[in-house]
Design a binder for this molecule. Structure first.
Ligand SMILES: CC(C)(COP(=O)(O)OP(=O)(O)OC[C@H]1O[C@@H](n2cnc3c(N)ncnc32)[C@H](O)[C@@H]1OP(=O)(O)O)[C@@H](O)C(=O)NCCC(=O)NCCS
Length: 157
């Protein structure tokens, strides 16, 4: 396939936080959330590329709110940029205390660069990203800037 639309690979996953995911104070471990974010990014990348993808990089991972046992947590992943074999996925995490009124609040976010692997576990070309709205174009151009900056850093190291 030549191209796939940006919104086609969006993923939303919900999890109820369990006692075995928390420390003694009742806060969920950051690593637990990072793992679920990585899973979300992996599903988005797999859906776009239709092949297995590995995590090559995580950028701007920001913890904005604590998450507690019993909170309902939603992971939303969407593509922001696609290179040749790499795909950048924005993963946002929303937290909701089910026993209180109010909308879910954003607790974390981060950009995951996933690389599609083909035969011999080598990077494989993926479909291009079709952007349709002005907002999608803006997101894509910002992703492209980060992609170019990573390439430049890699070529200097
Ligand atoms: C990701 C990996 C396959 C890239 O291999 P590589 O030999 O560097 O491949 P290339 O140089 O051809 O790069 C392939 C793509 O990955 C991107 N890439 C590679 N390293 C990157 C990095 N550190 N940050 C961002 N993008 C990166 C390149 O920009 C390129 O993108 P493009 O094809 O869209 O232009 C390799 O580094 C790897 O296997 N890493 C371990 C991944 C892993 O196991 N993750 C799970 C963690 S336990």
């Amino acid at each position: 396939m030549d191209g796939r639309k940006m919104r086609e690979s969006e993923v939303n996953m919900g999890h109820l936080m369990q006692p075995n995911q928390a420390n003694v104070a009742g806060n969920v471990h950051g690593g637990e959330i990072m793992k679920l974010m990585d899973n979300t990014a992996g599903i988005v990348a797999h859906r776009h590329s239709r092949t297995n993808a590995v995590t090559a990089r995580v950028d701007e991972l920001e913890f904005m709110k604590p998450i507690h046992i019993g909170d309902y947590v939603t992971f939303r992943g969407k593509l922001t940029y696609v290179g040749s074999s790499s795909m950048e996925v924005l993963v946002e995490v929303f937290v909701e205390d089910l026993s209180k009124e109010g909308s879910p609040e954003r607790a974390l976010r981060g950009y995951f660069t996933m690389v599609a692997l083909g035969e011999g576990n080598r990077p494989e070309k993926v479909p291009r990203l079709i952007v349709e709205t002005e907002e999608e174009k803006k997101v894509f151009l910002e992703g492209e800037k980060r992609y170019r900056s990573h390439k430049e850093k890699k070529s200097r190291s």
